[in-house]
Design a protein around this ligand. Structure first.
Ligand code: DAT
Ligand code: MG
Length: 135
């Protein structure tokens, strides 16, 4: 059953640096979703470590936190039918080499560490991340 959902979307520092804020929002809106909240700011280390807490033990964690705090991001609450899965479909696979052409990561990224966008991976993650960034 499809349902109306909210998800958390973020244009990461590489996306902002490369001037892709508009492109990401365009694709989200073109799909049929609505941006409900949005802010541009630099994430501090504490918020980055909380947001990526599930990856704390991974070898790339330090690099990930350094990267996500390296410049401004655009954080958004995006709403629409099955928005959690749908937004991730627009983004493509985590590794840009596996992301299909036509997806944001497939079209604009070359490396897993700089893959332009973030999207919540489940409704539970969306709730947690929306509260973390907009609560
Ligand atoms: P996603 O962002 O698609 O939800 P994830 O939650 O598994 O992917 O990982 C979070 C971010 O961490 C991902 O967007 C890029 C980075 N990352 C994931 N796996 C990595 C790896 N093997 N090496 C370097 N960075 C990685
Ligand atoms: Mg994830």
């Amino acid at each position: 059953m499809s349902e109306n959902q909210q998800t958390f979307v973020m244009v990461k520092p590489d996306g902002v640096r490369r001037g892709l804020i508009g492109e990401v929002i365009r694709r989200i809106e073109a799909k049929g979703y609505t941006v409900r909240e949005m802010k541009l700011f630099v994430i501090d280390k504490e918020l980055a470590e909380e947001h990526y807490g599930e990856h704390r033990e991974r070898p790339f964690f330090t690099e990930l936190v350094t990267f996500i705090t390296s410049g401004p991001v655009v954080a958004m609450v995006v709403e629409g039918t099955d928005a959690v899965v749908g937004a991730r479909q627009i983004m493509g696979a985590t590794n840009p080499l596996e992301a299909t052409t036509g997806s944001i990561r497939g079209d604009f990224a070359t490396a897993i560490g700089e893959n332009i966008v973030h999207g919540s991976d489940s409704p539970e993650s969306a709730d947690r991340e929306i509260k973390l960034f907009f609560g």
